[in-house]
Design a protein around this ligand. Structure first.
Ligand SMILES: Cc1cc2nc3c(=O)[nH]c(=O)nc-3n(C[C@H](O)[C@H](O)[C@H](O)COP(=O)(O)OP(=O)(O)OC[C@H]3O[C@@H](n4cnc5c(N)ncnc54)[C@H](O)[C@@H]3O)c2cc1C
Length: 488
């Protein structure tokens, strides 16, 4: 039975989010012939991260042939690291080709999810007050939804234009303006070279320097594209090769390769003419302590006369500018907050209440944790995609592992006619104990960086410390014993 997209009161499966996670789930449900589901998305269209992040220079930093679904390889990515528009169009193509749009409800923000013990179902409450019940909830909210703004006095008093990189205001023309970019990490290193071409003056406020490696990103030639289009096996082989070269490195165990990457960053930095600026750009942390970044254009930007790197701490925002600890005020027309996201909240960014009225935010007060990053003790029939400790490698590859796992659980719920299945607390605890033990073997992550990896408790809650292959294996193993189940 298909869900009535307009006004259902109940669905078998509610999928939250129409990013890669939601799209992949919908694809796999339809591939199984399951149509009693809805995809609930707060934005006005699909694409998730790539719907929201449209700032100049936005692009992926995993090669696109690998940052795409295994069931819908794209032959003609224009270059190795595609930009946001190309990725967004690819995701829209997936939605259209597989008829997923029919199941998507946009402009539908889920505010709360409450498990009803007696009825063995979830009730979702939307921003407009409407509700929907579901037997199973799959969260595809991802890790990059809750925007982080600079925590600095006076931010709200600024009289000029201000926006976050994830909500770029394309109606506002920054040509010739004085622009402050606050934050010098993943988004900023992509954005700064682009806007430096057109703004009058750019101030980049950096709290800590990041290692920025060069990348091989020449657009594919017409001959290469023709070969890819004509030969699907070549596309698959190309993707496999990217996988083989990427997968072993993401555990950061290879000291020689880490040092090579660090040296490559230092060499790339040599292009910066001013030795003082070079010194400010040189991180005092090990390579990969923060998330490794890549750009061929970031360092050269600092030779432009209209670009200033500011490392003094911001103490205040005034109605007209940014004041640093040395008392200097730099007057600006626009402030761009390149301050990233509240990455540690995951699903607890919305109000989720599980068995016995326990709130997920309380359950995760010391930092998010789950079994395989997917199932949470006390929260039956709930599956989280791109959840705690699953961040590494190509996230689309990781999501495919998770969705495969979730499909097997849904098969079990349907096949065994279960009212509920809930991961056992002892299984979740043992899994996380082992995970944190393994985390300690990843040298660069012990470097003391205060990154988005760590909860205030000190526990690393975002990262997967192994390869993508190992995650695929972990999520493929039979593990019926891990769950307590109740019949319908
Ligand atoms: C700028 C940027 C660059 C990145 N580059 C890479 C990369 O190169 N390689 C890589 O592997 N990963 C990258 N990532 C990580 C990226 O988030 C994942 O690759 C991927 O998008 C995760 O998919 P998702 O569906 O889990 O989450 P998302 O893509 O974040 O989608 C989540 C969706 O949930 C929706 N949503 C949120 N809250 C609600 C709510 N309450 N109700 C309803 N809907 C809601 C959002 O609007 C969004 O559409 C990048 C992230 C960012 C921010």
């Amino acid at each position: 039975m298909s869900a009535n997209v307009d006004s259902p009161e109940h669905v078998h499966i509610a999928v939250m989010g129409a990013g890669p996670g939601g799209i992949c789930t919908a694809y796999q449900l339809l591939a199984r012939g399951i149509t009693d589901f809805l995809v609930l998305e707060k934005a006005s269209g699909p694409g998730g991260t790539w719907y929201h992040n449209r700032y100049p220079g936005a692009e992926c930093d995993i090669k696109s042939h690998l940052y795409s679904f295994s069931w819908e390889l794209k032959a003609d990515w224009s270059r190795p690291y595609a930009g946001d528009t190309e990725i967004r169009e690819y995701l829209e193509h997936c939605i259209e080709k597989y008829g997923i749009d029919k199941y998507a409800r946009y402009d539908t923000e889920v505010r709360a999810a409450r498990w009803d013990d007696d009825a063995s179902r979830w009730t979702l409450t939307f921003a407009d007050g409407g509700t929907l019940t579901a037997d199973v909830v799959v969260s595809g909210l991802g890790m990059f939804n809750d925007l982080r703004y600079p925590d600095v006095e006076g931010l709200d008093d600024f009289q000029g234009t201000m926006f976050h990189t994830a909500r770029w205001d394309w109606d506002h023309d920054i040509t010739g303006e004085r622009v402050a970019v606050i934050g010098a990490a993943a988004s900023a290193i992509q954005l700064v070279p682009e806007i430096a071409k057109t703004v009058g003056q750019l101030y980049l406020f950096q709290r800590s320097a990041n290692w920025v490696a060069p990348k091989e990103d020449r657009p594919y030639t017409e001959e290469q594209l023709a070969e890819f289009r004509a030969n699907p096996a070549a596309v698959q082989a190309f993707r496999d090769e990217i996988f083989r070269s990427t997968d072993p490195f993401i555990t950061f165990q290879d000291e020689a390769r880490l040092e090579m990457a660090r040296q490559a960053c230092l060499r790339a930095m040599e292009v910066v003419e001013d030795s003082e600026v070079r010194a400010k750009l040189t991180p005092d942390t090990p390579y990969a302590c923060h998330r490794p970044l890549m750009s061929n254009y970031y360092y050269p930007t600092f030779n432009q006369p209209n670009v200033e790197l500011v490392t003094d701490v911001i103490t205040r925002i005034t109605p007209t500018g940014v004041v640093t600890a040395d008392g200097t005020e730099r007057e600006v027309d626009t402030i761009v907050c390149a301050t990233g996201f509240q990455t540690l909240k995951y699903l607890s960014a919305i109000d989720v209440t599980g068995r016995g009225g326990v709130r997920l935010a309380d359950e995760w007060a010391d930092g998010a944790q789950a079994y395989l990053g997917i199932a949470v003790a006390g929260f039956p029939n709930l599956f989280v995609l791109y959840g705690p400790n699953t961040n590494n490698g190509s996230i689309i590859y990781m999501i495919e592992s998770q969705v495969g796992y979730v499909m097997r659980q849904i098969d079990r719920i349907d096949g065994e006619r279960l009212a509920s299945m809930e991961v056992r607390r002892d299984v979740q605890a043992a899994y996380n104990e082992q995970l944190q033990h393994d985390m300690a073997t990843v040298g660069p992550w012990q470097g003391g960086c205060s990154t988005y990896y760590r909860a205030p408790s000190g526990r690393i809650v975002t990262q997967w410390p192994h390869t993508m292959t190992e995650y695929r294996e972990a999520t493929s193993r039979p593990d019926e014993h891990a769950y307590a189940v109740a019949p319908r």
